[in-house]
Design a protein around this ligand. Structure first.
Ligand SMILES: Cc1ncc(COP(=O)(O)O)c(C=O)c1O
Length: 384
């Protein structure tokens, strides 16, 4: 029997490269995985306790589509505390940033509409844009320290440009956008009338001064900005699948329709726990990541690898092009020959780099860096 016809735009896409390289690492006994963006910390106890309490109170029915009123109020207050003014009716609680991004793009795009994505970038964006029959327009930033220059951005804008997705701190580079980058995006968005989707999932994981969020710096673009945030990274809640988005009513009313038909709502009994999370400090985790960031930078320096210093998130993205092989080959050989797994730059849309994730235990990070140093040393780099 012939196979069913499926979405051809989706069928053309490969499965997640990050998962592929993690699977390869899993098949290699003793391999240290520096591949996933998955905090190794446990979700703090008070958040977990709140779920038990919600279940015992019987919060097991459909909640309001956009979120329980208590959580929406807490989110509005939390965002105000971070310089963003959104009322409860401008917020949607989502199944992670993943669903927030999916609902936003599905709500925005008509077939053939273009979405600009500065690369390297998180692979999810391309998948959603293509699955929604949009046109994915990568903008290579690797020659400009992973910043966006106005003339480069201008050069990829067309009358079909509907949105740009910006991520700061960035996955995979860890870089933070400069005010010049944010202004370049704002200037083009005003001139050409497209939306700015801010994937701010790493906004609490910042280690250097000077970080600014697009929506805080450019409130005049509020009507065409969507802010996406998540509980996953700051509170080590990746498995909870909890995030949210904020947008002015004209945009939010369309995204809300998509959200209702995609998932209806987020599990009721998780939402009071999310309120607890918003009230918890995360300084200890941030300090730990900062210490690891410093360690990674000093070790990469010692290996003679060049990289842009990551100001946030928990990734570093060193150049590996001097070794004369593709990023896939470099990462495959690192797994097989040295027992350390990184993710090739090609998985994020650029060649010549590899992503190293440092949200792993101190001992795994230490061993992984040692093995990476031996591996690059064996390829003719500086041996660590
Ligand atoms: C840049 C970026 N956006 C979104 C997500 C997805 O986050 P969530 O777990 O909230 O769906 C990730 C996860 O790694 C990410 O790195």
């Amino acid at each position: 029997m012939p196979a069913c016809q499926t979405n051809t735009d989706l069928a053309r896409l490969a499965t997640s490269g990050i998962r592929r390289f993690t699977a390869l690492a899993n098949q290699t006994p003793g391999c240290v995985k520096l591949t996933l963006g998955e905090p190794e910390f446990d979700t703090p106890e008070p958040i977990r306790e709140a779920v038990a309490e919600s279940l015992s109170r019987g919060l097991t029915h459909y909640p309001p589509n956009n979120g329980r009123p208590e959580l929406l109020s807490a989110l509005s207050a939390y965002m105000r505390g971070h310089g963003l003014s959104y009322d409860v009716d401008e917020l949607i609680v989502t199944c992670g940033a993943t669903e927030a991004l999916s609902a936003s793009l599905l709500a925005l795009l008509n077939p053939g509409d273009e979405v600009i994505v500065p690369v390297p970038a998180f692979g999810l964006y391309e998948t959603i844009v293509r699955a929604a029959h949009g046109t994915y327009v990568p903008l290579d930033t690797s020659e400009y320290g992973f910043q966006i220059r106005e003339e480069e951005l201008e050069s990829v804008i067309t009358p079909r440009t509907r949105a740009i997705i910006i991520t700061s701190p960035n996955n995979p580079t860890g870089c933070i956008y400069t005010p010049e980058t944010l202004d370049a995006v704002a200037n083009c968005a005003v001139r050409h009338g497209f939306c700015v989707i801010c994937d701010d999932v790493y906004n609490r994981l910042v280690y250097d001064a000077g970080y600014e969020r697009f929506a805080v710096r450019h409130p005049e673009l509020r009507e065409r900005t969507i802010v996406v945030d998540s509980f996953s990274k700051p509170w080590a809640m990746t498995g909870w699948r909890l995030g949210w988005l904020a947008a002015a009513p004209s945009l939010k009313s369309q995204v809300e329709k998509m959200h209702q038909y995609l998932v209806s709502s987020v599990p009721a009994f998780l939402q009071d726990a999310a309120v607890v999370a918003l009230g918890l400090g995360i300084d200890e985790m941030v300090d730990t990541y900062k210490t690891r960031r410093d360690l990674v930078c000093s070790r990469l320096d010692a290996m003679g690898l060049s990289f842009n210093s990551p100001g946030g998130a928990f990734y570093s993205f060193p150049r590996i092009d001097s070794f004369g092989m593709s990023s896939e080959e470099f990462c495959e050989r690192a797994i097989r020959e040295a027992g350390v797994a990184l993710v090739p730059g090609s998985c994020f849309g650029v060649e010549g780099f590899a992503r190293l994730s440092y949200c792993v235990s101190d001992s795994d990070l230490e061993t992984g860096l040692e093995r990476l140093g031996e591996f690059t040393g064996s390829l003719g780099g500086v041996s660590f």
